[in-house]
Ligand binder design. Structure first.
Ligand SMILES: [Zn+2]
Length: 217
């Protein structure tokens, strides 16, 4: 059960999530402010970073995280790999952001047309050992989905960030503790290439269960 004294942390994280959504709304409407893009900002950051949110996303060049959220230098702690997969390096990197940098908001964002998810359902004849491992991790997560994805890529693209977020919870005692204490908000999201919109899929609790997003009004 969440500690009542930590509710303010969750309120803060929900406010930060709404700010992220506002930045994305500016991007969608063509009115991005491009904040914190100056050399002056860079100089201010030499002393240290204080990003407001951590984002796990795909390495895909069509998913430039700071542009999508209309953010700049020092604003977001971004971890990217092919398929926004949950690997040990992913967990360790995010644990640093949460514990070392004090981040209370984590967004796991998948996207339409993800090549790594597509590869998870394709024959693996030409993959290097490392890429095979990465693709296997994604496929193993999708095989746990109920009802089964059964190779339906439209479903797989949307489910992948939820499964990655769930595996982060399962793989990190730190994340489970912070979620249970109401000190961390973990939201899954889906980016559509054609419309350029981010769909908020819900938030994961300390048991890895998907709950409605606080952004659903
Ligand atoms: Zn991708």
């Amino acid at each position: 059960m969440a500690d009542p004294t930590s509710f303010s942390g969750l309120v803060q994280a929900e406010r930060l999530l709404r700010e992220l959504r506002s930045g994305h709304d500016r991007f969608l409407s063509g009115s991005s402010a491009h904040p914190h893009a100056s050399y002056e900002r860079l100089e201010q950051l030499v002393a240290g970073q204080h990003p407001t949110a951590a984002i796990l996303s795909c390495a895909d060049s069509r998913v430039p995280v700071e542009l999508l959220f209309d953010a700049g230098f020092g604003d977001l702690y971004v971890v990217r790999n092919a398929g926004n997969a949950c690997t040990n390096a992913t967990i360790g990197s995010l644990e640093y952001g949460i514990d070392g940098l004090g981040i209370s908001l984590l967004v796991v964002m998948g996207h339409e047309g993800c090549g790594a998810v597509t590869a998870a359902y394709a024959p693996h004849t030409a993959l290097t050992p490392q890429l095979h491992d990465l693709v296997h991790t994604i496929r193993a997560g999708l095989d746990e989905v109920d009802p089964p994805v059964q190779g339906d890529l439209r479903v797989a693209f949307r489910q992948n960030p939820v499964q990655a977020a769930r595996h982060l919870v399962q793989g990190s005692a730190l994340l489970r503790e912070r979620l249970a204490a109401g000190q961390l908000l973990l939201e899954a999201a889906y980016y559509t290439l054609r419309r350029g919109e981010i769909e908020w899929l819900g938030q994961l609790d300390a048991d890895g269960a998907l709950q409605p997003s606080c952004l659903v009004d």
